[in-house]
Design a protein around this ligand. Structure first.
Ligand code: TPP
Ligand code: MG
Length: 332
């Protein structure tokens, strides 16, 4: 891509230098905070995903897109952990809220941004838009905007691997709303019955469009549901990307040997269900790059988790490198 065509989103220079909410006292600390290269890479990917999603949200605010787009600010730690856990033969199956995963797998904002514009230069030649965006070159083999539709498809892909004696596992993503579809239970039973190499990940943001779980249904204990069909259940919370990666790597060999696993990860929807945030003049949700990359100073926010663990100078350095990378900005 021609770097001269890249606009580094028009931010006040004060903001550019202060994208991280890191008001720690000792900013003079040594830059090398003792992270391994790999830990640093995971942190970098989380920050980059956040930056890219902010950029998309800024363009959503300007009304640039003609299709529904589901930002996933708050889902970066699990997306980066999944992306890095994947091996070359693994297959990823996504839902309407696929942005963090597709960006993590693609490793570049531009083809996805162009796809959102339905451009022939987009990641799917402008044919899939956002809610169905898949690209097998990234390992994202199927994405569905129909809740619950992608889980049996993932079962079929995993069955295909097993039947053809192919390596790799299938990972399917869904939300707390999607598990209300009957296909989820059927897929639990099916995957166990056929010992499929399948990882089912439920991003529980306690939200399905505008309703919380308590507003729309009785609670579902995923742990109990899984144990009733003898499927291992793992609960992830805290948004620490390194912990999430370790948990996924630990689980993967068993899945590859034919033990399907169900993972519930707690995420916080820090953006509106779809479209821009804020979405209307009295919207209580506020998202702006002017406030930095971080949104909440709690463990709901994967960026805050990094701010708590990485030396501020090192974090600021990583952030400015991300913003200076070729292809990181948006085309004019
Ligand atoms: C079968 C079906 N019913 C309803 C919808 C409309 N719909 C789109 S997204 C959504 C909420 C999904 O909630 P969840 O699965 O928890 O994902 P989240 O948006 O919270 O990430 C609904 C009801 C749909 N896409 N498919
Ligand atoms: Mg949800």
């Amino acid at each position: 891509m021609d770097p001269s065509k890249v606009e580094k989103l028009n931010l006040p220079s004060k903001t550019k230098n202060n994208l991280l909410n890191t008001p720690r006292s000792n900013t003079e600390q040594a830059v090398n905070s003792g992270l391994t290269t790999f830990e640093s890479q995971l942190a970098r990917e989380v920050l980059r995903l956040r930056y890219w999603q902010h950029l998309i949200n800024e363009r959503l605010k300007e009304g640039e897109f003609n299709i529904p787009i589901h930002v996933a600010i708050g889902n970066e730690a699990i997306a980066v952990a999944v992306s890095n856990m994947m091996e070359p033969d693994d297959q990823l199956v996504l839902s309407h809220r696929n942005m963090a995963y597709n960006l993590a797998r693609c490793g570049s904002l531009e083809p996805i941004y162009r796809e959102f514009l339905l451009s022939p230069a987009g990641a799917a030649q402008g044919q899939l838009g956002s809610m169905n965006l898949a690209n097998s070159e990234w390992g994202t083999v199927y994405t569905s905007s129909i809740l619950g539709n992608n889980v049996p498809v993932a079962c079929g892909l995993a069955l295909g691997k097993q039947t053809n004696n192919e390596s790799g596992v299938v990972i399917v993503l869904m939300g707390d709303g999607s598990i209300e579809e009957g296909t989820f239970y059927e897929s639990l039973v099916f995957s166990k019955t056929f010992a499929l190499p399948l990882v089912m990940i439920i991003e529980n943001n306690d939200q399905s469009m505008s309703s919380t779980i308590a507003q729309r249904r009785s609670p579902i204990s995923l742990g109990d549901m899984c144990s009733s069909v003898d499927i291992p259940y793992i609960e992830l919370k805290g948004n620490n990307v390194w912990d999430y990666y370790d948990a996924l790597r630990l689980m993967r060999p068993g899945v590859a040997r034919g033990t399907p696993v169900c993972i519930e990860v707690h995420v916080k929807a820090m953006n509106n269900h779809a479209g821009p945030t804020p979405g209307w003049p009295t919207d209580p949700l506020e998202l702006s790059l002017d406030n930095g990359l971080g949104v909440e100073r709690t463990s709901n926010d994967p960026v805050f988790e990094l701010e708590e663990r990485i030396d501020p100078a090192e974090l600021a350095e990583i952030t400015s490198q991300i913003m200076a990378e070729e292809g990181t900005g948006l085309p004019v």
